[in-house]
Write a protein that binds this ligand. Structure first.
Ligand SMILES: C[S@@+](CC[C@H](N)C(=O)[O-])C[C@H]1O[C@@H](n2cnc3c(N)ncnc32)[C@H](O)[C@@H]1O
Length: 331
């Protein structure tokens, strides 16, 4: 289903969801941060106050050809932090778990003896409810299968399932996001059935909402909305290569799905990028001056690829043909 079709099919639901999204202050998933790194702002506490006082200078609206998108409500300066976002769901990568080097909740770098460790008591507390569920189940078969097949999304589904069972997330929390169209061949791919069976078997204590339909719906949304989380190694600028989503990488510390960042459309010459400095909390920063009313777009893939490779990846991974100015120029 294309973006437009998805919007048409779910108009009523999307309208009410959009109203919720525009009500920034009531959304616990968004932090209302927006500030300029100007010289007049000198101290961290002043920055903090401004961040907390200002709503982000953006709104969600409909584009002409790419479904919903994010638009500037005022001019935004190059380098400005547009907003930050906490994930709806996240999970460390296999290599992070193997190397015991990230917090199991926020993905902050740590060094530990165990695959499951937390960087702070706050992270432990926030993870407690779903981790208690997770610990009741033996995941060995599920983990082995996913590792051998190189699958990362089922881990996001596994964590979301535990969050739903523990009551910290609702079963429909990803419904607002655009789903990928999963072809019938994909739906009946042996691995998908296998993972679904493994997941169902793991929940012998079963939650009635976690049906195969739930799993398929969640996976369809995760497929095009999950970000690969890669820390920016302390450098704030020149991070275009970090502004990628949904591509395989050994460097990734984990994967995560966010609400507002999922509504940014793609451009091969983006005006905004998404970066991670310390942990899974995402920062959306302007890459150049953006005019009021202009759409903010990020790059989903490695922008250094050539035209044909970019088009092929966007078509296969996200189901659209890119018509950005760079692609139209043949670059
Ligand atoms: C992560 S979502 C972005 C938000 C989406 N437009 C929505 O309404 O939820 C990715 C999807 O948006 C659409 N999209 C994003 N960038 C696009 C572009 N440059 N041209 C056409 N469609 C685009 C595609 O359908 C893609 O699968």
């Amino acid at each position: 289903m294309t973006a437009i079709a998805a919007v048409r099919c779910g108009r009523l639901q999307l309208k009410s969801s959009l109203c919720k999204l525009q009500n920034w202050s009531s959304s616990s998933l968004l932090s209302s941060r927006s500030f300029s790194d100007s010289a007049s702002v000198t101290t961290e506490s002043q920055k903090q106050q401004i961040q907390e006082a200002s709503p982000p200078p953006i709104r969600v609206g409909f584009t002409e050809s790419a479904g919903r998108g994010v638009f500037a409500t005022r001019s935004i300066k190059s380098g400005e932090l547009v907003h930050t976002a906490k994930p709806i769901v996240s999970h460390p990568s296999f290599s992070s778990l193997q190397n015991h080097n990230v917090c199991y909740f926020c993905l902050k770098k740590i060094s530990s003896q165990h695959a499951v460790s937390f960087c702070s008591s706050q992270c432990r507390d926030q993870a407690q409810a779903f981790y208690d569920i997770e610990r009741k189940v033996s995941w060995a078969a599920f983990d082995d299968y996913c590792r051998n097949k190189g699958l990362k999304y089922p881990h996001l589904v596994k964590r979301l399932a535990c969050m739903v069972i523990s009551g910290v997330a609702s079963a429909d929390c990803l419904d607002i996001l655009q789903p990928a169209s999963l072809s019938s061949e994909m739906l009946y791919e042996p691995y998908l059935l296998q993972v679904n069976n493994l997941l169902r078997d793991c929940f012998t204590l079963t939650c009635p909402v976690l049906t195969k339909k739930w799993y398929t719906n969640v996976l369809a949304r995760i497929r095009i909305n999950a970000f690969r989380v890669e820390l920016a190694c302390g450098s704030y600028e020149d991070l275009l290569s970090s502004a990628v989503a949904c591509v395989n990488s050994e460097a990734a510390i984990g994967n995560a799905v966010y609400l507002l960042p999922s509504l940014y459309n793609h451009d091969c010459d983006p005006n905004t990028h998404i970066i991670w400095i310390e942990n899974v909390d995402a920062r959306l920063k302007a890459l150049r001056d953006i005019d009021e009313g202009e759409e903010l777009r990020i790059c989903y893939i490695d922008a250094s690829m050539d035209h044909n490779a970019r088009q092929a990846l966007l078509s296969a991974g996200f189901g659209f043909q890119c018509c950005c100015l760079r692609c139209l120029s043949g670059d």
